[in-house]
Design a protein around this ligand. Structure first.
Ligand code: SF4
Ligand code: SF4
Ligand code: FES
Length: 252
């Protein structure tokens, strides 16, 4: 059987990496190997997981420095004698071992604008073009693993930005509302209202780690930034704001 050499973070902020050798079977993923470790040398090791199918977003960690879902990271990715370092997400407070407190993200989620459709057509139906449905579909794939939040330097290196920067996962959610053809929010509510879009300098690191392959920067952040610029600098909107105290109000 192949043997993995692991360096796993153990303890809280003042913890340390501990080294373990674990025999595993062909075809296993990193989470399987951690479960073997829990069943043998480290029964008290804290690891969060749920679906083991890449769909619940619970098993996020940093494997050899890269944010990944551990249940979707195959052992065959690594060289046979490579040391595999497994660390908790850096951006969020550490609870213990590989488990972090991601509740900050739930607080941000509570402040997101909800989808607000206008009235239906006279026949009672809502209608959308297929092209709009296709565009929305990508944003709906988010599994809230928060890997994109973890890798984003705006909050990873500057926790003081957390209150002012919603982060890439929530820019996806803003785009979902802002670009929905039936949503009736004023555009300013979804692109400018304190979500910190300006902090993002489009490094695309969030897109690189998204396990759902969402084009976070190209399809969510950049269109939102373009809309924010329209909102602020479009002379027609500026005139509207001066005359009526608002822009044209539409979000798409
Ligand atoms: S593109 Fe923007 S949101 Fe994404 S990681 Fe870079 S700075 Fe953060
Ligand atoms: S956008 Fe991608 S990386 Fe970010 S939370 Fe959703 S699935 Fe995870
Ligand atoms: S255990 Fe659900 S995504 Fe990994």
């Amino acid at each position: 059987m192949p043997q993995a050499h692991l360096r796993v973070w153990r303890g809280g902020d003042d913890g340390e990496y501990r080294e373990y050798d674990v025999e595993y079977s062909e075809g296993m993923v990193v989470l399987d190997v951690l479960h073997l470790l829990q069943a043998t040398a480290a029964p008290d090791m804290a690891v969060r997981w749920n679906c083991k199918a890449g769909k619940c977003g619970s098993c996020s960690a940093e494997v050899n420095g890269k944010p990944r879902l551990m249940c979707m990271t195959r052992m065959q990715l690594f060289d046979p004698y490579e040391t595999i370092a497994i660390a908790p997400l850096k951006t969020f407070p550490l609870i213990r071992d590989l488990v972090t407190d991601v509740s900050h993200n739930y607080a941000v989620a509570n402040g997101m604008p909800e989808f607000a459709p206008g009235p239906p057509a006279p026949d009672g139906d809502y209608r959308m073009q297929q092209i709009d449905i296709d565009r929305m579909q990508e944003f709906h794939k988010c599994i809230e693993c928060f890997l994109c939040q973890d890798v984003c330097h705006v909050i990873r290196d500057h926790s003081d930005n957390l209150p002012n920067f919603a982060g890439p996962r929530f820019f996806v959610q803003l785009a979902q509302v802002s670009m929905h053809p039936l949503d009736e929010h004023a555009k300013g509510d979804t692109v400018s209202a304190g979500f910190g879009l300006d902090y993002c300098n489009i490094t695309k690191c969030c897109t690189d780690v998204c396990p759902e392959g969402i084009h976070i920067t190209d399809n969510a952040i950049i269109p939102l930034k373009e809309r924010a610029i329209d909102e602020r600098f479009d002379p027609i909107r500026a005139l509207g704001r001066r005359l009526f105290g608002r822009g044209d109000g539409r979000s798409h």
